[in-house]
Design a protein around this ligand. Sequence first.
Ligand SMILES: *[C@@H]1O[C@H](CO)[C@@H](O)[C@H](O)[C@H]1NC(C)=O
Ligand SMILES: *[C@@H]1O[C@H](CO)[C@@H](O)[C@H](O)[C@H]1NC(C)=O
Length: 453
Amino acid sequence: MFSSLFLLLGALAAISSVRGQSVIVPGAHWTDTSGNAIQAHGAGIFKVGNTFYWVGEDKSHNSALFKAVSCYSSTDLVKWSRNNDALTPIANTMISTNNIVERPKVIFNSKNQEYVMWFHSDSSNYGAAMVGVATAKSPCGPYTYKSSWKPLGADSRDEGLFQDDDGTSDKVSLRTAYLLYASDNNQNFKITRLDDNYYNVTTTASQLNGATLEAPGIVKRNGVYWLLASHTSGWAPNPNKAFHATSLSGSWSSEADIATESVRTWYSQNAYDLPLGSNAIYMGDRWRSDLLGSSTYIWYPLDFSSGSPQLIHADVWSVNLAAGTWSVASGTTYEAEKGTRSGSSTLLSDSSFSGGQAVGYLGNGGSVSITVQGRGAAQWVALYFANGDSSWRNTTVSVNGGSPVWVDQPSTGGGHVIISVPVQLNLNSGSNTITFSAGQSNYAADLDKIIVY
Ligand SMILES: *[C@@H]1O[C@H](CO)[C@@H](O)[C@H](O)[C@H]1NC(C)=O
Ligand SMILES: *[C@@H]1O[C@H](CO)[C@@H](O)[C@H](O)[C@H]1NC(C)=O
């Protein structure tokens, strides 16, 4: 049952790429051009000519231990092809299958004409707290591992790289680059300059004492450096923050929200921040700690127009790379409380629900059916829900009485915090009945509304 559902989801994803839709759907199960799940968590993105490369952690074995740094390429940020793995385990080194390799980031060193990868290099209990470096002559390598060590003798866990433009648009001369990292048992956050080879760190430009920051990225907009980072809460999400400064030596502003705090960055953690026009794209991970390989990617436009970057929550959106802009798809909203309830499902009232109401006690005999209009196509449908448990829930979704698909519903934390997850469904042209949570013996999350795109 489980595998046939996954085949079904795979087939639907394929239909969408055949149809040529170039949309980004945060939190969906993204597949590559061969139809396989994209395994590139803790992303690092870099561009060579017109091609974007995405290196990340292959967690298809559902373990934190090192399997591979995968390498994907794309010219549109939507259709990704998997290339050879960029880095693979080497027995009896810090990058063996018994160790941790996380958050790979790559920059090009023009002096040596080579690509340099930095990553968080650690032991299985995260006690070693090192960085690792590997180099290659081509974007996906394979990379040659150099070593792992503690930069300037201190801890380094979650890290990122930032390559400055050095005030010019000249891409040829050597650009100053920095390691951004959680140091000193994750208490202090450091920004440390790299040497001319990008093989080692030299001097610390900034140290944010007691900042407890992880998952860093920097984008430079109009001469201002914006540091994006999460705080420390393990695999669970927290409200990621933005800091700014006009020099990498600081001084840094106090932290600012990039989204309403309660949604915990829409259940995600920053991995990489890619400039787009005068704005950027936030690229985060929605970690699923009990099934790491099923962790999804949460990419949203990061809008700088207010002067302080804000995530644009978008279920379905697209990017225009040439123009440096994005557009958010609009859909039709259907309130769950207007649907037909069955069994033990109940109406819940709370001002945090859209329309003031949601449907609860779904699953274990409770279900709700909502009538929606379709286009006769594979369409994205976003489920807006609240799951007050600390663990994930899920719901079955069935169209016009067909076989159900399962949709995961992450914890949304205490209270009635609402987030959304997408599912792609084949809808008939005209009226369709979508039934939620029928035939499941566990409770689904409270369903607030759905949006059909
Ligand atoms: C980095 O530089 C430090 C200080 O100069 C040195 O002790 C260390 O061995 C270097 N590490 C690597 C990996 O080159
Ligand atoms: C749905 O969630 C329950 C826990 O609430 C879990 O036991 C079950 O395996 C999940 N089903 C699927 C298909 O993911």
